[in-house]
Design a protein around this ligand. Sequence first.
Ligand code: PEP
Length: 251
Amino acid sequence: MSKRPKFVAGNWKMYTSRGVAKELAAAVAQGAPAGVQVAVFPPSVWLTTVADALAGSAVGLGAQNCHFEKEGAFTGELSPQMLLEAGCRYTLVGHSERRHGLGEIHDFLNKKAKAALAAGLHVIFCVGELLAEREANQTEAVLEKQLTDGLAGIPAEHLPNLVIAYEPVWAIGTGKVATPEQAQAAHAFIRRKFAALFGEKSASVLLILYGGSVKPENAADLLHQPDVDGALVGGASMKADSFLGIVRAAV
Ligand code: PEP
């Protein structure tokens, strides 16, 4: 078993009202056990509400997206500096719902990751293959391209604040979960590729989260794989009981 800490993150996507976000955050803050890093990623409009609900707890706050510029004429966008001021420690970059649903591509994601890290945010950079790519045996080629292009030029001093989430697109929100063996194989590949890009030392401490239909019932098997350092949870993070069940499975 690795000495890397476990990290469980909840992506609330475009769900929750303000009241629900507040209650959910308070319940997570109260119920999260020690010994696991936990963070929640509410819709941006609720960030400050959730920051207040998490105040004094060890649960971190993250944004689901950020722009790469500090400020400017970018209607609808939020800068890393704004997210920090709203209380965020983390941001997601490259979630598949933005890659495939909104057409965000490698170079754009690379700029976001670099800008967020340079501003002092921790970045969870998401990668993962489509079902057709897995069936055509292209999983490793897809991951390699996403990592090589998406992480290009990140300076060594920012690597400690970078986390990778392996999220096979066919498993996100579908109820189809990767087997622990499939997850382990992809995570081990990502760690090897990261070592080739940034060196063995950085790769050995890199946290790699699995995402894709994680639930309390399947979490322990996934989280006990040697290269699975935690989970990025969508659907099951929107109920305190199921999210905390996953967090407990990581202890
Ligand atoms: C996600 O949104 O990153 C995700 C993994 O969703 P789900 O857990 O619902 O598959």
